[in-house]
Design a protein around this ligand. Structure first.
Ligand code: ADE
Length: 252
């Protein structure tokens, strides 16, 4: 999986994504994360990339041309790599380009699963008051928000998305099943978990988890997931497929 991040602050993105699990996966060749500094594509001697908005309004806008040139450089390198790999049917296809913006569709685990099927993903991070609409119309395929609040730029949202998508790439997590039995699987939150010691601050690990009875343990985990989802995220339960018995558990 190849991520390309178009940004005015590449050092912020690199620092955030070169460590821990994602950094190690990149080191192992499972992912590649390339940042592209939009300022490198500025076309004036001051290397400025922003200007006042026509019609007035607060702040500055990122201009279309540097963003377009940065995108073109990435699109060209993707085309070349696909050609060299003999991927003729992919070669002419434009990559998905995600623009991070509070105006986008709200990011979700489901969206992450869908995007994780792409071979290449380009993220465009805005700053100031946004980006000239014309270049967005030409290059962006997906407008995505990470939630109903406003950040100062698209870098943190891009990092959130890269992290979420990366852990779905086979081999990135040590244990491939741990991405399967976790929160948001089936729209349920994950059950509580315990490690040693058996008693801590007077609190015992639930007896069933020590029983070694696999079927009972699975049943307990599922019930705990359902109860926890009802308590913390009742909105999710509406989209969740439950058996008759599980519905009765909720009625109790
Ligand atoms: N840029 C600023 N705020 C944002 C948000 N909530 N999601 C994505 N990009 C953003």
């Amino acid at each position: 999986m190849n991520f390309y991040i178009l940004t005015l602050f590449p050092e912020m993105v690199s620092a955030g994504l070169n460590t821990s699990i994602i950094g190690r996966a990149a080191g192992r060749g499972l992912l590649s994360i390339q940042t592209v500094n939009i300022r490198d594509y500025a076309f004036n001697k001051h290397q400025s990339v922003d200007d006042y908005p026509y019609g007035g309004g607060a702040g500055m806008l990122m201009q279309a041309e540097p963003v377009y040139l940065a995108y073109e450089a990435v699109a060209k390198s993707i085309r070349n790599r696909r050609r060299e790999a003999g991927e003729e049917e992919l070669e002419g296809r434009k990559p998905r380009v995600v623009y991070l913006s509070p105006q986008g569709a709200v990011f979700s685990q489901k969206m992450a699963e869908e995007l994780a099927r792409e071979e290449d993903l380009v993220f465009l991070c805005g700053h100031y008051e946004g980006i000239d609409e014309r270049v967005l119309e030409e290059v962006v395929t997906d407008h995505v928000s990470i939630g109903d609040y406003v950040l100062t730029g698209g870098e943190l949202p891009a990092m959130v998305m890269v992290d979420t998508i990366s852990r779905l790439v086979p081999g990135v997590l040590h244990n491939d099943t741990s991405a399967e039995s976790e929160s948001f699987q089936d729209n349920l939150l994950e059950h509580p978990q315990y490690s040693r010691p058996e008693v801590w601050h007077g609190k015992r690990v639930p007896e069933v988890l020590l029983s070694g009875h696999h079927a009972n343990i699975q049943k307990w985990k599922r019930e705990q997931s359902i109860l926890r989802t009802r308590e913390r995220r009742p909105d999710l339960l509406k989209q969740c497929k439950l058996t008759e018995e599980e519905r009765r558990l909720l009625a109790d």
